[in-house]
Ligand binder design. Sequence first.
Ligand code: BGC
Length: 734
Amino acid sequence: MTCKHPAGAACAAIILGLAAGAWAAKPAGEPWRDPNLSPDQRADLLLRHMSLDEQIALLHGHFPVLMKTLPAGVIRSAGWIPGQPGFGIPAIQESDASLGVANAGRGDTDDAAPLPSGLALAATFDPKLAFAGGAMIGREARQKGFNVMLAGGANLARDPRNGRNFEYLGEDPLLGGLMDAAAIRGLQSNHIVTTAKHYALNDQETARGSLSADIGEAAMRESDLLEFEIAIKQGRPGSVMCSYNRLNGTYACENPLLLTDVLKRDWGYKGWVMSDWGAVHSLDSVAAGLDQESGQEADRQVFFDAPLKAAVKDGKVPAARVRDMAHRVLRSLFAEGVIDHPLAPGGLDTRADSAAAGRVAEQAIVLLKNSSGVLPLAAGAGRIAVIGGHADVGVISGGGSSQVIPVGSVKFPSPKGAPSWGGGVIYHPSSPLKAIQARAKGQVAYADGSDPAAAATLAKDADVAIVFATQWATEAMDIRLQLDDQQDALIEAVAAANPHTIVVLETGGPVAMPWLDKVQGVLEAWYPGAEGGEAIARALYGEVDPSGRLPVTFPTGEDQLPRPELPGYKAAAPEGPTMTQGAPLQVHYDEGSDVGYRWFAAKGIKPLFPFGYGLSYTDFRYGGLKAAGGTGLSVSFTLTNTGARAGIETPQLYLAKGPHRSQQRLLAFARVALKPGESRQVILAADPLLLADWDAAHHRWKRDAGRYELFVGRSAEDPALQGRATLTAATMAP
Ligand code: BGC
């Protein structure tokens, strides 16, 4: 006998309560509503009342963007799963949100505040800012009617040309993992769920729906998976999204090693795994560990509805597995308060939120070059020529599902061959030109840069020339290291006309700088978001110390990379969210876990700018290193601001050599604000996993006993202080 909801709820509770012998004291009839119970207990109690159909209804979602008719109340967005009001389960309304509440084609603009790009956030090396940014997005999400966010991108920047690197957090698993964990915690502080994605090895966009990332177990555990491990264990996202690509031949969304063995068993992950949109290929994914089919309109067929039910009836999928899938969804909804705190949209204050985004942007800007003290600009710096980059309009942003389009944004046509979604290159409405004009006492003139000769003429008569160079990146397409649209030639022309040329880059990742020797200043501003123009001006005028540090290595060119030619780049067509299979492509990640600066160190190659690098308007002195070993490694040292201005330094602790081999790894970092002349003792403790290797034979992390050589410095290539410590052997369960 079963009692159907809502009328029969009390009846079912009584029957089941008698059987369980423990329900008498619970809230009348619906014991799963008791907030004193654990999320697991609540999910279990609720599931006792749910039929197979009701469970399955939680396991597949719509893609409102592709729905022929939108049911009343459903927001056009990435995802929607109908609610089950009788059980108190709200509709799940999903939005992309890596960098703000994304637009998903809700008209030309949409009231939402865009954060700077993920790479910009990572450049702050500041988990507190990541938390604040996440909290801001989560708050807006609730205010706009969303309760599950598709934020938390944590793919390692294994290739600097990955078109989605701007959504992610750089090339280092510790930095990226800690920043992602903080962002996830911030997002989920709003009684919503967020999603770590795209799990895993989705490290390039070209052929993303078909390529196989081929890599050994230890190598992936020590690199891409380590970033997820840190992000997931410390951030506890309610869901994890599996990616489009294959891993060693098997689709990520039907990969038992990734989903079940590593994520759920080794890391003890209790939330649910959702698919990327269009990434489900068969029901095999159920046994592999996928719990929910997202955006079903994007798949070849809907697998997690009638076919799943039929598979249960035929005994091919155990009913207990379906229950486990539904349990995971409900557990996260309970754990994050989605069920206990229903959405009450309203109260959006994008002005305040934009200011919060601006605070991230100004901490994210990296000063790459500053010769002859060209920066900071003096308030009365004379005539300034501002050139290019649509600096009169705003700041560029990245395209794809993460695109945020705040009110006032301006759209330019996207380049030929780019994916059609979004329909253009969006500039966020914060004009660097206007922000410079507001500060400059002298004359400021603008040339759009389309005519290098005209720009050079303008620059020639100016005291300082500032060239804005942009690089657009988008989901479903990779990028080159070269700036396009002849921007290199523009910079060369301006630099030839004016020796005091400063380049401000707004890029989705590293770019080559053939003109570097000819300019005096370079600032990397990434995609700086809602108040980007203002943040750039603040950095140019020294109202803030440029305290960003590179979260990715800038190579001199593609020949320095493990794969000088991006696999499939010429052959593959850009793929949109509805995946076609494409020709299978295998990418061998032979560099293993030597990603980014580790690769440069292992090969002894000198990049253009190393990981961790960034100048300041003041100077810092490092001294008095003491290293302590034993069962863990920590260092202390004294950091002094020796300059005349306040500044923020980001000391980084690196392993240089283990007991048996050279092996560079970031072990710890901090952000230290110092007034002029101020000294501080800094203590950095190494993350134990970064000192260990994955021991595949014994399925554990293993640290050998012996001598570990380390250094503390301002970048991966700046061993300001060197030391060593002797450590005992240790093993750690995964
Ligand atoms: C992207 C995901 C995104 C999803 C829904 C996919 O194309 O890879 O990151 O969450 O679309 O918009």
